[in-house]
Design a protein around this ligand. Sequence first.
Ligand code: BTN
Length: 318
Amino acid sequence: MLTLLKLLKDGRFHSGQALGAALGISRSAVWKQLQHLEADLGLSVHKVRGKGYQLAKPLLLLDVAQICANGLCEWPVHVFDSIDSTNAEALRSIERGVQAPFLVLAERQIAGRGRRGRKWVSPFADNLYHSLVLRIDGGMRQIEGLSLVVGLAVMHALRDMGIAEAALKWPNDVLVGDKKIAGILLELVGDPADVCHVVLGVGINVNMRSTDEVDQQWTSMSLESGRDFDRNELVARLGAKLQQYLALHHEAGFAAIQSEWERFHLWQGRAVSLIAGVNRIDGVVMGIDHQGALRLKVDGVEKTFSGGELSLRLRDDS
Ligand code: BTN
């Protein structure tokens, strides 16, 4: 089915006969595969008598050679047409002994993972599903604030590509205004005090223009700019930003990044509720500490909070 898609991706008309000949299958088998393309991948195919078949819009698929041509050649890149989750595949690869660093990308995820057990909506060829695997052997300091560092790198990559309003929400959401454009999920295996591997999972809404599956306010690069983006260029730009910020974090720790992160924090000084499972703490955001923990003023007293299961909401009186 995906071989057929690769023949159609130029957005031109292709006759059933030519497609059948290229694939070594009958015209009716081509027809069946086209129906699957529409049903399984949510793609729209125009069918015109006498002309053949044409994708409603051309597809720019992920391509390792293009990613390297755009400047990111250092990391081995594994691209999947369809996978449960790039984070899950990254964890399986670590288990199999694949040497880090490496990058796992997919055109779609059928079980994309979000934070706090949520699903991450991952339609085919629209967005970026990106898991970078690093080996960490510098102890806990190399992990402190790491997800915030990744958020900062993602935000800068988006700004480089013209999404000038991209900004941060603690701990690691990237927003435009009050709408989410990217999310980050870190997963760790091994002993963080000794040697471990960390999977830096990044999902960016790139060319997605509509979905009724996302249960929070969202936007995408194309909705913000009115144009479509080449995801191969985005992977390379994100790679460059990750290399820059991960190196700084490695050399100087999170403290070297703290004040820059705060400058881009949308909710500095805002009245928020911190949600931890069924518990809720109301306070005012003061900033973050040198390890990336949230500093909140609660009933006049400063308190710090950290942990992957926490999330922030704006209060009505903020
Ligand atoms: C969030 O809830 O904000 C985090 C979303 C993280 C989604 C990305 S997409 C690539 C990687 N693979 C996954 O299954 N999840 C992360």
